[in-house]
Design a protein around this ligand. Structure first.
Ligand code: B1M
Length: 209
């Protein structure tokens, strides 16, 4: 059976089939699905990020690794889901305009769903007006925005500004996250909360609703 370290290495190599097989083996052997994500898949993609930064990997390889990671997460997600849980609140989730990174956002959405939240996932590259329309349509209590690029972080503030302009700011809480995002940035743009990872996002969302 593959180890968690071997699973991380397979994510780095970008081999989708082998990542699926190793993830399934670990799950079948009774390994906790969150442990498979946190100690196998995520360390792998983080190493990919470091190698990309050092110029040792390039976009096509990073793309393969991301697809392999997603395939593994999908399998772990099947293991996590299933239980009928009462709705804890409705959350609109999305990656902000200009940003195509969705692995972390999907993880947060998946964890929220498995904690009982009703999540409306708008996907990636979501413009401010789409967030606002979804809040109105679904009568949501929380907007969750993800950004992975320093250049797309300002799009979070645009959503908050549009909420204010539309008179909606008091009726919905805003939580933000993503690798370059910080608590200071959340304070600066007037978000209601920031979470560093999916686990903290659940706790934060429970506090906000
Ligand atoms: Co991109 N990329 N990428 N990329 N990519 C980063 C982010 C980068 C840091 C890599 C690097 O230089 N080391 C860098 C950003 C630099 C910066 O702005 N500071 C970068 C760059 C530069 C780019 C491009 C510009 C590259 C290019 O084309 N020249 C390009 C931009 C495209 C675009 O978006 N317009 C690009 C493209 C891509 C791919 C498409 C190839 C692929 C994304 C595939 C996909 O997502 N479907 C990709 C990937 C995979 C990465 C890295 C390697 C991994 C990101 C990831 O999935 N991490 C990344 C380097 C890195 O972060 N190590 C990198 C794993 C994920 C679980 O973590 O998303 O942080 P994360 O989510 C965490 C927390 O942040 C938090 O919880 C999650 C789970 O614990 N969280 C939230 C996230 N959202 C939250 C929301 C919340 C709360 C918590 O509340 C709502």
């Amino acid at each position: 059976m593959a180890s968690l370290k071997e699973l991380a290495d397979l994510v780095i190599s970008g081999d989708i089939e082998k990542v699926e097989a190793a993830t399934q083996q670990l799950l079948d052997a009774g390994e906790d699905a969150m442990k498979v994500i946190n100690e196998g898949l995520i360390p792998g993609i983080n190493e990919v990020g470091d190698r990309f930064k050092e110029g040792e990997m390039f976009v096509p390889e990073m793309m393969m690794s991301a697809q392999a990671m997603k395939a593994g997460v999908e399998l772990a997600k099947e293991k996590l889901g299933g239980a009928e849980i009462p709705t804890a609140g409705r959350v609109i989730m999305g990656t902000v305009a200009g940003d195509l990174h969705d692995i972390g956002k999907n993880l947060v959405a998946m964890m929220l769903e498995s904690s009982g939240f009703n999540v409306v996932d708008l996907g990636v590259d979501v413009e401010a007006d789409k967030f606002i329309a979804a809040v109105k349509e679904h009568n949501a209590q929380v907007i969750g925005m993800s950004a992975l690029l320093t250049t797309t972080m300002p799009a979070m503030k645009e959503v908050i500004d549009e909420l204010e302009e539309g008179g909606l700011r008091d009726s919905v809480k805003v939580m933000i996250g993503g690798a370059p995002v910080t608590q200071d940035y959340a304070d600066e743009i007037g978000a209601d909360g920031y979470a560093a990872d999916a686990g903290n996002a659940i706790d934060l969302c429970k506090q906000l609703v």
